[in-house]
Design a protein around this ligand. Sequence first.
Ligand code: NAD
Length: 267
Amino acid sequence: MRLEGKIAVVTGAMQGIGAGVSRVLARNGATVILTDVSPRVEETARSIAEEGYAAEHHVMDVTDPEQVSEVFEEITVRHGRVDVLVNNAGIYPRRKLVEMDEEFLHRMFEINLFGMFRCARAVLPGMMERRYGKIVNMSSVTGSMVGAPGGGQTAYGATKAAVIGFTKALALETAQYGINVNTILPGYIHSPSAYGLRGSEEAGDAEEKMREFGYKIPVGRQGSPEDVGNLVLFLASDESSYLTGSEIVIDGGNILQEEYLGPYKPK
Ligand SMILES: NC(=O)c1ccc[n+]([C@@H]2O[C@H](COP(=O)([O-])OP(=O)(O)OC[C@H]3O[C@@H](n4cnc5c(N)ncnc54)[C@H](O)[C@@H]3O)[C@@H](O)[C@H]2O)c1
């Protein structure tokens, strides 16, 4: 097993990509600590543990610096260290700039960016001391590009572009300590929040709407949280030791298109 004996912490792990990443890491031998602002993270951790893998949980709001310190302290006392940190927690409500107040703007940056600073700061001293660590930050193709033709992504795009800058600077700062810091830029991934954006409110035809949406993507489908999990697995493994400061797009070929030639139904 590629991650046997490793201790991995995932933020925003109650559902969606964070839950999928946690499942893949646990299935590959890691002890995974799922964290989320929602207490329902307990159910997700339990479902992984019921499959026979090592999964625990902590309620942790990445916007609360004290809670973040306390939770990482508890994890370190219990497990002795953190080998892998997956900074995944993020939100993506759409709001046009002229309709945005300060509170909205600050909340976006607090969760999507500052949360990553806090979690990385909590694990880095130990990783530097042991000369080992893997940090994976969840950015998005939205940041270097714009996803929503209708607008409303200035704040989200700014946070996700900032995640790339954060990753590169931290990678350089920690490379000599044997720490790898990389960022993933997912395209359209099938998660509960994305479902709200791309599915339908009407029960029954939501699945069909999601399938139809997938035909806009060259590989003919939206990605799954486990697709992202498999990439995190590589970045969390020793096989990725020469990779740091990289931004990796996982989007089924979607941003390759200069012109839409779909629908891309499987042939
Ligand atoms: N789904 C996509 O298509 C897609 C594409 C590109 C990037 N992403 C990024 O991937 C990450 C996960 O997205 P998702 O689609 O799985 O979203 P999601 O909403 O399904 O899951 C996000 C999780 O983060 C948690 N969370 C929210 N605020 C938090 C806080 N303050 N502290 C701790 N946890 C918090 C939520 O409770 C939830 O469990 C986000 O960073 C998102 O920007 C998603």
